[in-house]
Structure formats: structure tokens, C-alpha cells
Design a protein around this ligand. Structure first.
Ligand SMILES: C[S@@+](CC[C@H](N)C(=O)[O-])C[C@H]1O[C@@H](n2cnc3c(N)ncnc32)[C@H](O)[C@@H]1O
Length: 421
């Protein structure tokens, strides 16, 4: 089969846009495919993978085009050929010049690059990660986080069971396996679209990474409790918690984004939950939530963060995010945590979580909180995992820390604090 030059031209056009980092890759690709309807599924698949290849491997591609080929400037055409290198057979491409043919065909050993380049992280992030994890673990992490993720699903216990869904998905030729750690999760390794499948439209399954599913287990919610999901977004954790407590108790789902809360309301209806109370708040001090002070059994703060733990799915984040954003978000994180803690009743729990890999957004925020809130104590995570029968290896006594290179999930952090007085 011959590939028309259309694929190369499409990738080239898209790379030009993606490198400006003004739009998410998914949005860019779907807008493009809407415009160029004649591109078939196969071509779309290759084009999407090529665009993501650049986001995963930008440093190394630029480095080799500069060094190996002695090019002063990196042309979009050469970059395009690099992005397609491991996706298509060169003999299948029509219309390549002799020079391009040579460029495409040349074997390259990426291991020859220096560590920073090999990591495909920007320098500021690489430096922070090496300080935190050491160079060898940073490189291990970079290998796993700079590639696409499998798709994880969570079965809504109000509507079905994991064993039943595995069989039902087969009717749509979707093969999945149980997630290794989360008891109600499924993992699909092949890319599929679920949007039109009734199991999804009727809220029987939800898309949720195993890391987030595990968080809802370590919160140890009990039936009938009053739970506050302080940064509920469009409801990923709210729905999972609601499903675990089987529609008993109360879940107050708060967020500053009206749009996200509207989406949460739709998902709540789809899921069959009737115990969720969504509230749009102005900020973490909003007077509207005063009635919840000292009332909650558990308050979850799934804080706004850099999102650097989700690079498998959002590889553009590392390129457009800058260190000053981390300082700014740290203030928001500690403010939200302090205010959310006021809602926790005595003997209740406060849970802080992020999908970040940075200590500044994780342990440092918890340390700051604990230094000024002597009425809370940290609960060791290992005991919780034991109680929940989750066989997960965690290298820390107190914190729930997942790393893509070890756990094959998004990177994730959580700390559980108990209000003792
Ligand atoms: C990591 S996301 C939450 C994701 C969500 N828990 C889920 O599972 O889908 C963080 C959320 O915090 C919200 N947020 C930002 N500042 C806030 C504040 N001051 N108070 C409450 N929510 C806030 C954002 O709108 C965003 O939806």
C-alpha cells in the first residue's frame, strides 16, 4: 500500500500549529479531521500518532536533526519525517526526494544523546526531577511517561459488575483486562472510541485512570457518611465515591467552574446517583459552604495542579508550562487545603491529592499545612492499603505516591490527615 504525500503534508501543517502550544493536541486534531473529511481512519491514526510523537520526543528529534544532520535550523519537513519514522515503512511513501529518503532511512541510536535530551523534559523540569528522584529514576520515568497510555475504565457498581462488563464489551469487539490494583477497573490497551456505546452513554462504565480509582478506595468512605469533594471538577472522583457508598449518605461536590459543575450534573444523572449536591463556589472562602463547617466525615481536596503526572495523555503540558506557574499554583493549593480543612468534623479525614510529580505541589504543601494545623495528624498509607486489600508497592510510609514507571498508572500523590481535635 502506498501512502500519499497527503499524510506528510497534513503532519507538517499540524506540527506547525502544535509547536505554538495554543491549543490542545486533541482539539487541534479533531478540528483538522473535521475539515479534511477525505482522510480515512487509517490515515487519521498515523497523523495523530505522528503529532503525539513530536510532543513525546521533541528534545531528541531537535537534537538529532541539529547534530546528526548538521542542520542549523530544524525544518518542519525534517521534523515531520522524524515523527513518521517508526510509524510507516519508507517504501510506502510516495513523492519523497532522494535527500528525504536518506534522512528517513538513517538509523539513529537515541541512547547516544545526553541525559537531559534523552529525558525529553524541558531543562527546568529535568533539574527538579533529578533533585527529587536522582538521574537514573528520572530517566526511567521519562521513558514510560513519554509514551501513550492504555485506557482505563471504572465499572459503576450501581449498575453492573466488572465480570459482566468484560463480556459485554466483547460484543463490541473490545478486549479488556481487570486493572492490576483497582478492584472495579478495566484496562483496554488498544485505542477505541466508547462515546457511542450504550455502556458509556448510560453511565454503566466511566473513563478513569487506575490512579484516580485507587484514590477513592484509600479514602475509605463508609456508607451514610457526609463527604465533600472540594475540587470536584466534572465529577470523576464524585462518581467513583458515590458508586462505592451505593447512593447512601451525602456528597457535596464543589468547584469554581460553572461549566464543570454543569457537566458533573449530567454525569450524575447518567450514573444513577441521587445523593450528590453540586455547588458552584466563588472561591475556597465562599460563604455558601459555611453550613458544612465541622460537619464532614471526609473532605477530598483533589487540588488544581500542574498535571505533570498525566504526560502520557497530555504531553503538551511539559512544553507550555513554566516554573512560575508552579509557584502560583502552590499558593492556591495551600489556601484551598486550609479552607477545606474547616469543613472536617473531629475524627473526620482530610485528603489532599494531585496528579503532579513535583514535591513542591505534594509533600511540601502537606508539610506547610501540618506545620500550622496541629489538630490534624498524618495517617500511614501502608495500613490503609492493607485494610483495603490493595496489593500495591509504595515506597513511602505516609504518602500515596504512584509513578508511571513503577505502577503503570498516571503519576499520582495523596496524603490522608485525620482531625484529632
Ligand atoms: C484536578 S481538578 C479536579 C478533578 C476532579 N476531582 C475529577 O476527579 O474529575 C481541580 C479542580 O479544582 C478546581 N478549582 C480551582 N480552584 C478552586 C478553588 N479555589 N476552590 C474549588 N475548586 C477549585 C478547578 O476548577 C478544577 O476543576
Amino acid at each position: 500500500m502506498k501512502f500519499s504525500i497527503l499524510i506528510i503534508n497534513s503532519v507538517e501543517k499540524l506540527l506547525n500549529k502544535i509547536l505554538k502550544f495554543t491549543c490542545s493536541p486533541n482539539k487541534l486534531l479533531s478540528n483538522y479531521f473535521r475539515k479534511y473529511k477525505k482522510l480515512g481512519i487509517f490515515e487519521r491514526n498515523i497523523i495523530s500518532k505522528a503529532v503525539y510523537n513530536l510532543l513525546y520526543n521533541k528534545s531528541i528529534y531537535f537534537y538529532f536533526i541539529h547534530n546528526e544532520f548538521g542542520n542549523k535550523t530544524v525544518s518542519l519537513r525534517n521534523l515531520t519525517l522524524f515523527c513518521l519514522k517508526d510509524l510507516v515503512n519508507i517504501s510506502c511513501i510516495e513523492g519523497l526526494s532522494k535527500k528525504e529518503f536518506y534522512f528517513f532511512n538513517k538509523k539513529i541510536d537515541f541512547n547516544l544523546a545526553p541525559p537531559l535530551i534523552k529525558s525529553n523534559f524541558p531543562e527546568w523540569l529535568f533539574t527538579k526531577l533529578v533533585d527529587q528522584y536522582g538521574e537514573s529514576e528520572t530517566l526511567e520515568l521519562s521513558k514510560k511517561i513519554n509514551q501513550s497510555a492504555s485506557l482505563d475504565l471504572r465499572v459503576n457498581l450501581l449498575k453492573s459488575k466488572r465480570e459482566i462488563i468484560i463480556k459485554k464489551l466483547l460484543d463490541f469487539s473490545i478486549f479488556c483486562n481487570p486493572t492490576p490494583y483497582a478492584p472495579f477497573g478495566l484496562r483496554i490497551t488498544k485505542k477505541v472510541s466508547l462515546k457511542k456505546i450504550y455502556l458509556f452513554t448510560k453511565g454503566i462504565i466511566e473513563i478513569q485512570d487506575e490512579s484516580s480509582q485507587l484514590l477513592t478506595h484509600i479514602i475509605e468512605v463508609k456508607r451514610g457518611e457526609l463527604i465533600v469533594d472540594f475540587c470536584a471538577g466534572s465529577g470523576g472522583k464524585t462518581l467513583a465515591i458515590g458508586s462505592l457508598i451505593r447512593n447512601t449518605g451525602y456528597i457535596y461536590s464543589l468547584d469554581i467552574s460553572k461549566k464543570k459543575i454543569e457537566e458533573l450534573k449530567k454525569r450524575v444523572i447518567r450514573s444513577g446517583l441521587s445523593n450528590v449536591y453540586p455547588i458552584v463556589i466563588k472561591n475556597e472562602n465562599d460563604i455558601k459552604i459555611k453550613f458544612l463547617e465541622n460537619k464532614a466525615n471526609r473532605v477530598l481536596v483533589d487540588a488544581p495542579c500542574s498535571g505533570l503526572g498525566t504526560l502520557r495523555r497530555n504531553p503538551d503540558i511539559k512544553w507550555y508550562q513554566k516554573p512560575f506557574f508552579i509557584d502560583k499554583i502552590n499558593n492556591t493549593q495551600i489556601n484551598i487545603l486550609n479552607n477545606a480543612s474547616k469543613l472536617v468534623k473531629i475524627k473526620g479525614y482530610l485528603i489532599y491529592s494531585t496528579c503532579s510529580i513535583l514535591k513542591e505541589e505534594n509533600e511540601d504543601i502537606v508539610d506547610k499545612f501540618m506545620a500550622i494545623n496541629k489538630n490534624f495528624c498524618l495517617i500511614p498509607i501502608k495500613n490503609i492499603l492493607k485494610r483495603q486489600k490493595i496489593k500495591l508497592l509504595i515506597n513511602d510510609n505516609y504518602y500515596f505516591k504512584l509513578l508511571t514507571n513503577i505502577h503503570n498508572t498516571d503519576c499520582f500523590f495523596a496524603a490522608i490527615m485525620k482531625r484529632i481535635k
